[in-house]
Design a protein around this ligand. Structure first.
Ligand SMILES: NC(=O)c1ccc[n+]([C@@H]2O[C@H](COP(=O)([O-])OP(=O)(O)OC[C@H]3O[C@@H](n4cnc5c(N)ncnc54)[C@H](O)[C@@H]3O)[C@@H](O)[C@H]2O)c1
Length: 320
């Protein structure tokens, strides 16, 4: 690998992927439009972490800006692309579907065009476990046709990018590994996701919002486990392949609440709400393909990962 273009580099997962590459002495060209979906200062903090590495260059750029992309590709000639930029989050996508379409679909198409024009060796596209909707085939396998029936605009945009990417593989022989992440959490995690919201609420003695009865289950993936699999996906051109990157164990919302209470030593205050439209009942990854092709081997149990996240939170986010 000569150098990797990492989109969404100022975000949670993108900054971790970039850091792992830089630690291996691989040059990283980072792109991000630094949008205000959550506080920009958190993204700037992520960038400061990366700027301590000499191999890091950053461009503030929207990935749907074709001319801007051209300049970046001409100047740096990346050999690989790790595409993580997106509008994330299921619930806000229902309120703002056009925003999600623009960033996720249009933005991905722009990158695929540049990837084929500049002969990229391998393109990793970050999709989402949400493409499985409420599939009844458990655990979720990559060939599940339930992904043809997404249940939120966010999931629909992610599925659309997988489909467009396949076309680019078919027409131009572009190597594309599609990654479907399953609820990734850990240090520098997103402030709109439950691990952050629950720890924050516990520390501030504020109520959490609990949607539904607490039986919904999620397959939570610790960031370091995820990044190890993702880096192998960048390194290994395989034609067109789709991979689940999850932990493959699930945790119910009620169990999650108990774990947060144990870690923080505080009883959570709870405001109850009905289940939200677009939310899925369960996510659970079959990771055998990723094990076989990407040597993916998640190590971190949810309580262990949450303990690490909690320690990071106390140091970096308390009172913010
Ligand atoms: N965190 C998870 O659990 C999870 C689960 C499934 C999928 N994903 C996917 O993983 C990727 C990274 O997610 P994350 O959790 O790090 O989210 P994040 O919001 O922290 O990171 C995304 C980054 O992309 C940037 N971005 C958004 N639109 C852009 C655009 N048009 N041009 C340039 N930059 C843009 C944002 O500013 C942000 O820094 C996303 O594609 C997301 O959909 C994440």
């Amino acid at each position: 690998m000569k150098n990797v273009l990492v989109t969404g580099v100022a975000g949670f997962i993108g900054s971790h992927v970039a850091q792992a590459l830089l630690k291996r002495k691989i040059e990283v060209i980072g792109l991000d439009n630094l949008n205000d979906y959550y506080p920009v200062r958190f993204k700037e903090e992520n960038l400061h972490r990366l700027e301590t590495f000499p191999g890091f260059t950053f461009h503030k750029l929207d990935i749907s800006n074709l001319d801007g992309l051209d300049e970046v590709f001409r100047r740096h000639r990346p050999s690989h692309i790790a595409h993580l930029a997106a509008r994330a989050g299921v619930r806000p996508s229902i309120a703002e579907p056009f925003l999600y379409e623009q960033a996720n679909i249009h933005g991905t198409l722009a990158l695929l065009e540049k990837a084929r024009l500049y002969n990229i060796e391998n393109f990793v596209l970050t999709s989402s476990s949400s493409v499985y909707g409420n599939s009844q085939q458990i655990p979720f396998r990559e060939d599940d046709s339930a992904t043809d029936r997404p249940i939120s605009p966010y999931a629909a945009t992610k599925k659309a990018t997988e489909v467009i990417a396949h076309t680019y593989h078919h027409l131009y022989g572009l190597n594309i590994n599609v990654i479907r992440p399953f609820t990734v959490y850990g240090p520098a995690g997103r402030p709109d996701m439950a691990p952050w919201l629950f720890i924050d609420a516990a520390l501030k003695r504020q109520a959490i919002k609990k949607f539904g009865g607490g039986e919904t289950r999620r397959d939570y993936t610790y960031i370091d486990d995820f990044v190890a699999g993702f880096i192998n996906a960048i390194e290994r051109p395989l034609g067109y392949e789709i991979f689940n990157l999850g932990n493959s164990a699930t945790v119910s919302l009620n169990e999650f609440i108990t774990i947060v209470e144990q870690i923080t030593g505080r009883k959570l205050l709870i405001d109850n709400y009905p289940a939200q439209p677009g939310d899925v009942d369960l996510t659970n990854a079959d990771i055998s393909r990723a094990r076989n092709y990407l040597s993916y081997a998640p190590q971190t149990s949810f309580p262990e990962g949450m303990e690490k996240f909690y320690r990071w939170f106390l140091e970096h986010r308390q009172n913010q």
